[in-house]
Design a protein around this ligand. Structure first.
Ligand code: F0G
Length: 354
């Protein structure tokens, strides 16, 4: 990714590039979501689950780890709801440096935890939430020779701008609307910076309205105050006090966008809908903008941004941030009533009850 967008990134010839081939993810046209919106609008999904560690975090991590190596850091450290830790662990392994991940105990989806262990990170679970973990990491980053690779590190944001570049490169211009989940709020901030940068250099003529979605139980930006005990099935965005709150809020205001909430039920319904209608399986947090898109199309639900009157033929991009296999427990109940049948054609045919 760095090689493709080098001119826009804070790297020099002295930067040792640590890459796993991240970026270049497909922008997939969604005929059925386009139909939900109507008005000849086109909905596209930026499928970030196809990055090397199966989430968008790799785009920022390649830059953050390359820069950390350039500065001579001995180890990486991050707080995480899971995906940042998986990505940091992989890029640390690739760079040949150590990695410490500080996680809220019992709140990390199993696929992400497996990744952190597989890549050989030092995993520390705390009896607190993500916000507590990030507060500790900030302190350790000040004190020791650790490079913090959370999105408070500007190199992360710089790398994540590349997703906006790719979208404009694919569509020929910026979309009218960009929908994405909001957790620590770094990614929305990065996309907005990316779109603005591309407009500045003349590769895009317009800018999208940025629309961010939080889970109803973890919605500090929507509510306008920190949430002490955030709760949501979408564990990736279970955050009560986002680090990039101000920057994301500014991006939403400047882009004439909005911040809205979706319930856990809406998130899980959207996750299942996307998998069964478009063949794209994403983790719950990534289904938030899909649930959000459906809310935007339903005036009865009083969306923060209504799509009822948007211009005909508008192009809408939703970023689906992480792969569905990250969080297999969510789908496990579907397999619970799987019955074993006898080893013959008739029994199998009887069991097919379409
Ligand atoms: N989607 C997924 C799958 C995530 O893992 C995250 C954040 C977000 C959306 C929200 O992005 O924080 O930039 O607003 N995950 C972080 C982590 C917090 O630790 O993995 P954001």
């Amino acid at each position: 990714m760095i090689a493709r967008y080098r001119e826009f990134l804070p790297v020099t010839t002295a930067t040792p590039i640590v890459s796993l081939g991240e970026g270049g993810t497909p922008l997939i046209f969604s005929p059925r979501l386009s139909k939900v919106v109507g008005r000849d609008c086109e909905v596209y999904l930026k499928y970030e689950g196809l990055n090397p560690t199966c989430s968008f975090k790799d785009r920022g991590m390649t830059v953050a780890v390359s820069k950390a190596l350039e500065r001579g850091a001995a180890a990486l450290i991050c707080a995480s709801t899971g995906n940042t830790s998986a990505s940091a662990a992989a890029y640390a392994a690739r760079a040949g440096i150590r990695c410490v991940v500080v996680l809220p105990a019992g709140k990390i989806a199993s696929g992400k935890l497996v990744q952190a262990f597989a890549y050989g990170a030092k995993v520390i679970a705390i009896d607190g939430n993500f916000d507590d973990a990030l507060a500790i990491v900030r302190k350790l980053g000040e004190r020791d020779n650790f490079a913090i690779v959370n999105s408070i590190n500007p190199d992360r944001i710089a790398g994540q701008m590349s997703a906006a570049f790719e979208i404009v490169d694919d569509l020929g211009d910026a979309p009218a609307f960009h929908l994405l989940p909001l957790g620590n709020a770094g990614n929305l901030t990065a996309y907005w910076a990316g779109y603005r940068e591309y407009q500045r250099v003349g590769r895009a003529t317009t800018l999208p309205a940025m629309i961010g979605f939080q889970a109803a139980g973890a919605a500090p930006i929507f509510l306008g105050h920190a949430v002490e005990n955030p709760e949501t099935v979408a564990s990736a965005i279970r955050i009560g006090n986002p680090a990039s709150w101000k920057a994301a809020k500014q991006a939403v205001t400047d882009s004439k966008g909005a911040v809205d909430v979706v319930t856990d039920r809406e998130i899980l319904e959207a996750q299942r809908w996307l998998a069964t209608h478009e063949g794209i399986f994403v983790e719950p947090a990534s289904a938030a903008p899909i649930a959000g898109l459906m809310k935007c199309c339903d005036p009865a639900r009083a969306p923060a941004y209504s799509f009822a009157q948007i211009p005909e033929g508008s192009r809408i991009v939703c970023t689906v941030t992480g792969h569905g296999l990250k969080d297999p427990e969510i789908i496990a109940p579907n397999a619970a009533n799987l019955k074993t049948v006898a080893v013959n054609e008739e029994a199998v045919l009887r069991a097919i009850d379409f």
